[in-house]
Design a protein around this ligand. Structure first.
Ligand code: PCA
Length: 216
């Protein structure tokens, strides 16, 4: 396979709960259509357990991406969270945007308990940190729609490098909110996503050259 022009699919979610915007999709929208040699394609996913995967698989069929980076909002996080693990669990604190609220249910009763991200998380963490963008590797993507889409992605298309990134609230979301929740500007979140894409493309090119299977 030639990786001279990889296609990277980047997704964000629509607003859910009491929010009127979702910083993940707002930041994805700011991304350029190409980064270096890579074509960047985008999809907005509904914050709904079933429909999120239907939309993501439709986007994969349409774009045939080389790698997939899904993003979502995580309140309370002060850094860009590079999710390491997706668990086989749906346990929703609030209903999704279709009114569905699974509790203590498996995503796939026959599936394994968990999957790891296949994105080069250590390299991404280093790239973001050295660019002055706060980032960390996280060991919980929760048990809501983000974790669901991450699990389905790793379960259904294990051969495609894929993973999940949670982003903090953006500035507009905290202006009139009580308390002092952590936030990040949309510009910084989007720059972070751009650097994540660069790291993934670099990694794809390196693994293409060396043909190594070690992704982390
Ligand atoms: N965050 C939610 C779902 C959609 C989003 O942006 C989550 O963390 O599961």
């Amino acid at each position: 396979m030639t990786l001279s022009a990889p296609t990277i699919l980047v997704t964000g979610f629509d607003p859910f709960g009491e929010e009127s915007i979702n910083p993940s999709w707002e930041a994805v929208k700011l991304l350029p259509g190409s980064i270096g040699a890579a074509r960047v394609v985008k999809a907005a996913l509904p914050t709904e357990f079933h429909a999120s995967w239907t939309r993501l698989s439709a986007a994969m069929n349409e774009f045939r991406p080389t790698a997939v980076i899904c993003t979502g909002q995580a309140d309370g996080r002060a850094r860009i969270s590079l999710e390491r693990v997706a668990i086989n669990l749906m346990d929703a604190r609030i209903p999704d945007n279709a009114g569905y609220q699974p509790r203590d249910e498996a995503i796939d009763v026959a599936g394994p308990a968990a999957y790891f991200s296949s994105l080069p998380l250590r390299k991404i963490e280093a790239a973001l940190t050295s660019a002055g963008i706060p980032a960390h590797i996280s060991y919980s993507a929760g048990a809501y729609v983000c974790n669901y889409v991450f699990y389905r992605l790793r379960h259904e298309v294990p051969g495609i490098p894929g993973g999940f990134v949670h982003v903090p609230y953006c500035t507009d979301q905290v202006l009139e909110r009580a308390g002092h929740p952590p936030f990040m500007s949309l510009e910084m979140i989007s720059e972070g996503l751009e650097r994540i894409i660069q790291s993934v493309v670099h990694h794809l090119q390196e693994s293409d050259n060396s043909d190594k299977g070690d992704n982390l």
